[in-house]
Design a protein around this ligand. Structure first.
Ligand code: NAD
Length: 407
C-alpha cells in the first residue's frame, strides 16, 4: 500500500515537501499544523492540481495533501513517516501533540534537526520509544526556499549539493533503509550522507555559526543610525567576519577533539570546519574559494540576502531600516544553536572565548542572559535547547543518557 507521510508545520519547507512528496504515486501526504488558523488557510488555498514548486534544477512539481488538519487525532494515526520541517523552537510543541497517536517503531525526524532534536525527542517521547523508532535529523534544510503564493506556489532558490543526516536504527527499519527512503522523498539532490551520530549533527549546525557571528561582526561598530537600505548579510561581510567565523568554528572542532580524546570510540568525524561545509554544500556556486570571507561574498546562493530589518519612517518621511534582533537569526540560532554548542563546551571543559564574544553581544541585543562572567549559568538557560536546559551537568551522563556512547 501507500506510505502515509505526515508533514508538521505549514511554512516554506512544508510547501516544498508537499509539492515534492505529493507528486509521488507511492505516498499519501498529510499536513498537521497547530498554528492558529493555518490548517484551514492552507487547505482552502491549495488548488486541485496541488502546490506548484519550481526549483533551481529546472524541475516543476505539483503535489497535493490528502488531508490537512490542526487536530492530531484526525491526522496523526497511521502515519509511517513524520517530518517536522519547522523552526526548532516548535519541535517540543509538535512532538507533544503527535506523541499520543504514534507507536514505537515509527520513522520521525526533523529537517533541519537543529538544537539537538534527539534530546528533545527523548525528553518528550521517552528514551525507550526513541530507541525502538527511527529518529532522523538533517543538519540543515535541503533547500533555500520561499513561498511565492501561500498554498499555491513555492520556489526553491537553491538546492544544496550534499548534507549530513543523523539516523538511528529502529525495531522496524534499519537506518540505511530510512536514509534511502528520505532520499527518494526529496529527490536526487542534495545527496544525503549518514552523519556519525546526532551529536555530530548538533555541533555541525551551520546557522548557529553563520547568523549570530556575521551579525556580531557587522554590528560591532554600528553607530545606531538607521540604514537607507537593508544591508547585505553575506555579501556585506568583511575580512574580520571571515576570521571570526573561522575562530568560532575552530572552537567547535576543539570540542570534538576534547570529546574524542576522552571517548575514542565516539566518532565525530562527520563534523567539519565551516570552510569545508561551505565547499561541500555549495561547490561551484562559489566564485572565489580562497577564504571564508571571499566564499561568503561570491556564493551565488547568498546573493542579495540582507540583514533582517524593520522598516521605519524618518522625521522627513523617508523609508529607513533598523535591525530586527527578534528575527530567527537571533531567537532561534542563539538559544537553539550557539548556546547548545556552548553548553556542550561547558560539559567538556573546553574554553570558547570567540563563541563567548558572539553570545555576549547577542544576549545584549536580545535582552537575554546566557553567559555570566564567562560561565554558562545565565537565567535564560532553561529556555535554550542546551544540555543544561535538560538538566545535564556532567559530560559522561550526557553522552550515556543520549546513547552517544554505550550506557
Ligand atoms: P517558516 O518560518 O516558513 O515556518 C513557519 C511555520 O512554523 C509556520 O507556518 C507554522 O507551521 C510553524 N510554526 C511557527 N510557530 C508556530 C507556533 N507557535 N505554533 C505552531 N506552529 C508554528 O520556516 P521555513 O522557512 O519553512 O523553515 C523551516 C526551518 O528551516 C526553520 O528552522 C528555518 O530556520 C530553517 N531553514 C529555512 C530555510 C529556507 O530557505 N526557508 C533555509 C535554511 C534553513
Amino acid at each position: 500500500g501507500k506510505r502515509k507521510i505526515l508533514l508538521c508545520g505549514g511554512g516554506n519547507a512544508i510547501h516544498v515537501l508537499t509539492s515534492y512528496i505529493g507528486s509521488r504515486t507511492d505516498c499519501d501526504v498529510a499536513i498537521f499544523s497547530t498554528f492558529p488558523g493555518e490548517a484551514n488557510r492552507i487547505r482552502d488555498a491549495i488548488p486541485d492540481e496541488g502546490i506548484h514548486c519550481v526549483n533551481d534544477l529546472g524541475e516543476e512539481k505539483y503535489g497535493k495533501p490528502v488531508q490537512v488538519s490542526d487536530k492530531a487525532d484526525d491526522v496523526v494515526p497511521g502515519s509511517d513517516v513524520i517530518i517536522l520541517a519547522i523552526p526548532s523552537f516548535t519541535h517540543k510543541l509538535y512532538l507533544k501533540a503527535v506523541a499520543p497517536f504514534v507507536q514505537p517503531g515509527v520513522i520521525i525526524g526533523a529537517m533541519p534537526g537543529e538544537g539537538g532534536f534527539d534530546l528533545c525527542a527523548r525528553y518528550v517521547l521517552g528514551s525507550d520509544f526513541v530507541d525502538q523508532s527511527n529518529l532522523f535529523a538533517l543538519e540543515t534544510l535541503p533547500w533555500a526556499c520561499r513561498i511565492v503564493e501561500y498554498g499555491k506556489r513555492v520556489e526553491v532558490l537553491g538546492t544544496k549539493k550534499e548534507i549530513d543526516v543523523g539516523i538511528s536504527d529502529g525495531k522496524n527499519n534499519s537506518a540505511k533503509s530510512v536514509l534511502d527512503l528520505l532520499q527518494q522523498l526529496i529527490g536526487p539532490l542534495p545527496i544525503l550522507k549518514p552523519a556519525c551520530n546526532f551529536l555530530a549533527v548538533t555541533l555541525m549546525n551551520i546557522n548557529s555559526v553563520w547568523h549570530p557571528t556575521i551579525s556580531y561582526a557587522f554590528y560591532r561598530n554600528w553607530d545606531g543610525q538607521p540604514f537607507d537600505e537593508p544591508p547585505l548579510f553575506y555579501y556585506g561581510a568583511e575580512e574580520f567576519t571571515g576570521e571570526k567565523l573561522a575562530k568560532v568554528s575552530d572552537e567547535v572542532l576543539s570540542i570534538r577533539t576534547k570529546i574524542q580524546e576522552k571517548y575514542p570510540d565516539l566518532d565525530l568525524s562527520s563534523l567539519h570546519h565551516v570552510r569545508e561545509w561551505m565547499l561541500t554544500s555549495y561547490g561551484d556556486d562559489i566564485g572565489d574559494k580562497s577564504s571564508i570571507h571571499t566564499m561568503l561574498k561570491t556564493n551565488k546562493g547568498y546573493r542579495g540576502l540582507t540583514h533582517p530589518t524593520r522598516e521605519i519612517r524618518a522625521d522627513d518621511g523617508t523609508r529607513k531600516f533598523m535591525p530586527n534582533f527578534q528575527y530567527r537569526y537571533f531567537t532561534e540560532d542563539v538559544p537553539m544553536g550557539l548556546c547548545v554548542t556552548r553548553g556542550i563546551a561547558e560539559l567538556a571543559g573546553v574554553p570558547t572565548p570567540n563563541i563567548d564574544d558572539v553570545i555576549m553581544w547577542c544576549q545584549g541585543v536580545m535582552n537575554k542572559e546566557y553567559l555570566v562572567d564567562g560561565k554558562f549559568v545565565g537565567h535564560d538557560i532553561p529556555s535554550t535547547c542546551s544540555p543544561q536546559a535538560y538538566g545535564f551537568v556532567d559530560l559522561d551522563d550526557f553522552l550515556r543518557a543520549n546513547k552517544y556512547i554505550s550506557p
